[in-house]
Design a protein around this ligand. Sequence first.
Ligand code: FAD
Ligand code: NAP
Length: 545
Amino acid sequence: MAHFSPGPNDSPVTFDAIIVGAGFAGLYMLHRLRGLGLSARVIEAGDGVGGTWYWNRYPGARCDIESLEYQYGFDDDLAREWDWTERYATQPEILRYANHVADRFNLRPDIQFETRVIGAAFDEQAHRWVVETDRGDRFVARFCIMATGCLSVSRVPGYAGLESFEGDRYHTGAWPHEGVDFSGKRVAVIGTGSSAIQSIPIIAAQAKQLVVFQRTPNFSIPAMNGPIDPELAARLKENYTEHRRVARTTAGGVAGQAPDKSALEVSDEERRRRYEERWQRGGLTIGGTFTDIAINPAANETAAEFVRSKIREIVKNPETAELLCPKGYPFATKRLCVDTNYFETFNRDNVQLVDIRDAPIEEITPTGLRTAKAAYEFDVIVFATGFDAMTGALLKMDIRGRNGLSLRSKWEHGPRTYLGLQVAGFPNLFTITGPGSPSVLSNMIVSIEQHVDWIAGCLEFMQQRQMETIEATTDAEDAWVEHVNAVAEHTLYPLANSWYIGANIPGKPRVFMPYVGGVGVYGRKCEEVAANGYEGFRLEARVLA
Ligand code: FAD
Ligand code: NAP
């Protein structure tokens, strides 16, 4: 194994691979590379492992995929020895799990924390990546693997006067480790996405007054959270890897029954009964009640109207209820939210909902904020305003491939990848859950494992055949981008102004980024590509001196 010395270096340190990011993707990638006997160094900006679960410490943060599914599946012993306490684990519990994995597989010695990668350039002569950090390190590696996360660059809108605010301000995705006490405070939450929807009920219970600023109402389904079912947990632990194998064949990466009927071929009573059953079960599965919710506007509207009817039942003030009812975009085309007492929170006397669709926030003031209609005073502002998703972390770095081509210019009009795994012109650079792969439309740990396994298999193949470089061809990339777009166009997804399509960032190209084809279909395609000698990639042999 190569030796490294942290801190500013004059001479570069060499590894087989540099992995950027120590979330679930980076941790598992490191484990697999070690298994191949490759030397690898993980570079992580935070001072601990866990990625998403390290940064997002806001009150109420939990997974929205059930914990028994949202865990690694690569090791039966790991699955057997870890016990989740709730159906949807809290952020601290998931972070403990990430730390447990790091310790159990002794991963920490190969992770450099509190270091941000600022650039990576491919040296065409040496066939090596030169990776630079904000601490002055220079690493040289054959492979560079971006495990930088799809939702790791938090974003505060560029409001005028932001810096003038004299109270405390926080973003959900960069929450202080010591927590925030809202007792007796006048609090604003800006945004009503998943992060807001999870945190609002808890902040409301603490704060003196809470004002929620909503631009777009979201569809949210109750989690119906509770303790883990011990019998189910025991059954899955008997053979978790088999459970995961099945999950990998499904559309969303969670094993379960696929729908068999159109929403339009059943009676009104039957349709309502089926939605009600999923609502009572809780969580995201309501999106899979019928076969055509994602593709047929009329079918979709039945699901949308069902959720609206629930909101009207829960929220006592009819005007507030109407404001909270999502309209103008199809159900589940923005990420569905999963909540505990979200809509109920608007029945509290200390909570107010402000619609900012037609009267946007115009500026942050020293004492609060001002919309086009009114001024408000606050002690704390919580920005639950989301992320520069999918491409943000990659484009924050200066990544340069052949001929000095920068990823930023290559992706000027939107991301282009082959399988979300590689970019033509950037040999030996891999992205884990990159744009063009199912990633955020799936149980992410399943997609992460599938990508890591594929990359590990590819590097093993290259090792065995003395291959020096692998690079997606432009033809394969073009065909894949076309396919990803065609599949998305077949669905209702592009109709929503979602972060999937970059709509949350002014000026970001409007391109539907994740692959809608499903985890199972996508996985089979990746397997075929590998079985056909890495079809669509150009492999070059090592030149022996
Ligand atoms: P991340 O966990 O984002 O880790 C990436 C790491 O890379 C970060 O630690 C970051 O600091 C580091 N990094 C980035 N750029 C650099 C750089 N230049 N230099 C050094 N380090 C860098 N998915 C689900 O499937 N189910 C869920 O229930 C779920 N809940 C979520 C809840 C929240 C609040 C959020 C924000 C996302 C959630 N997701 C969920 C998506 C979640 O991001 C993934 O499930 C998963 O955790 C991603 O792991 P990752 O390792 O790919 O990326
Ligand atoms: P998000 O879904 O992008 O929500 C951001 C919110 O801020 C939206 O309501 C958005 O309104 C609003 N907003 C953004 N810019 C604004 C502006 N300039 N003015 C007014 N409002 C603005 O972000 P998120 O809630 O952090 O969630 C991101 C993703 O992370 C989720 O979709 C999910 O995949 C994951 N996540 C999961 C969980 C979970 O339950 N496990 C929890 C949190 C996050 P518009 O809709 O109008 O843009």
